[in-house]
Design a protein around this ligand. Structure first.
Ligand code: ADP
Ligand code: MG
Length: 155
């Protein structure tokens, strides 16, 4: 998939993409039915985009939403589009658990935290999950311990 980041940047500038979500570092716009772009609003957003891309390229974990590409400067990251998860109770049955305590004990989640510094309690929040083709996926996985230490140490 070849992505034209100049076109994306221009579309955001002229407000022709619809914002569908917003976090502390990034605004998420729908590109089409199958993809979104995460646009960094500050250096933390860039760090999160870069961390997300790096983690995605280093793991085959099927519980991460797919990333299609990142702009050279890290400002834009194109990701598979999900339906938002409104509550963790939508996620638990897929993993045969009934609580976030039990979810966070699963090897596939512990591995992500251990190998890439993902912050486990964050993975227990519905805002970080979405549903793609009926399966639960983590959408926000760029907020690692390292990014937190570097950019959020004032919290
Ligand atoms: N792949 C996606 N598909 C659909 N919505 C998304 C996707 N990724 C993020 N969002 C929405 O955008 C919001 C902000 O994105 P997020 O990655 O959490 O940014 P930040 O890292 O700045 O917190 C999310 O809470 C979610 O509602
Ligand atoms: Mg977020």
């Amino acid at each position: 998939m070849s992505i034209n980041f100049e076109t994306i940047s221009e579309k955001i500038r002229t407000k022709s993409l619809k914002p569908i979500g917003r976090g502390s570092g990034r605004t998420v716009f729908a590109l089409d039915e199958k993809s979104v772009v995460k646009a960094a609003r500050n250096p933390r957003g860039i760090a999160q985009n870069i961390a997300e891309f790096d983690i995605f390229s280093r793991t085959k974990s099927p519980i991460l939403a797919k990333i299609f590409g990142i702009s050279e400067d890290g400002r834009f990251l194109v990701m598979e589009r999900a339906l938002p998860a409104y509550s963790m109770s939508e996620i638990y049955p897929h993993f045969s658990v009934q609580s976030s305590r039990a979810l966070l004990k699963l090897p596939e989640l512990k591995e992500l935290s251990h190998n890439f510094g993902l912050i486990l309690p964050d993975l227990g929040r519905a805002a970080n999950w979405g549903i793609i083709e009926g399966k639960p996926k983590i959408l926000d996985f760029g907020f690692t311990k390292l990014v937190k230490k570097r950019y959020y140490s004032f919290i």
